[in-house]
Design a protein around this ligand. Sequence first.
Ligand code: SF4
Ligand code: SF4
Length: 261
Amino acid sequence: MPIHEKSLIRPENLRVHDKLVLDGIDVSGHWSTFVEPRVVTDYNERLQEEIAALPGGEHIHRCWQCGSCTNSCTVNAVNPDFNPRYWIYLIRMGMESELLRDKEIIWQCVSCNKCTYACPRDVFPEGVMKATAHWLELEGHTPQSKSSMFDAEFTEQVVATGKIEEGRIIRGFFKRSGQPLMQPWLIEMAKRLARHLPLKMGFLMGIAAVVRPRTRGWGRAKAALEDYIAGQERAQKSALGLGAPVAPAKGAVHAAPGAER
Ligand code: SF4
Ligand code: SF4
């Protein structure tokens, strides 16, 4: 598919002649702009399958490149380089090295889901952005993001106790991400909470921070959750060629690359 957006052409690939006359016609300046041809040789033919194997990426094969996601995108409005439609195109084409050139901005999706509502094909572009950011981390192209660290802390706490305790999550997240616990905004929030929080609730929160309560009878649910998470992680790594192959579950239906619904 031709790409019509000038923002997608790398500046180093543009050639402009300050002085150029062709067949007696002066085409100096931007009239003589050419795009340097290039050959892509390093296709990753499994790229779409790899993204589709991660949560959120399942429906990437449905995209028909209408551009509604990019047109409606909150981040694209302030940074034209943030382009979900283009990245989905690269993934479907297997153009991994081209995708990697934008690896530093893909994580910037703010999950506003405007693209999700705009997409006529139910691709869930927000999910594809998350899956792509996850893929970049799993493949070691980017370090673990703070968002992933928060998710890991949250999941660990839920699995361990069947409950969440906000203060513990914040502390654990700051520790994982190397941030100091005493941050001005947090201190200000604590002060306001102390002013307005009912005494009983403040007391219960204090107790929960110390004793770490657990949901009654959580043991069996915990084991089932751990089993499920481990299975999902194995399947995802296997799809990315990072672990032992995992046989698909009985009755599981996988969309073939390029298949339409
Ligand atoms: S969810 Fe992400 S990709 Fe979608 S519109 Fe919002 S910022 Fe853009
Ligand atoms: S709105 Fe949906 S179909 Fe259109 S380009 Fe974006 S993901 Fe593809």
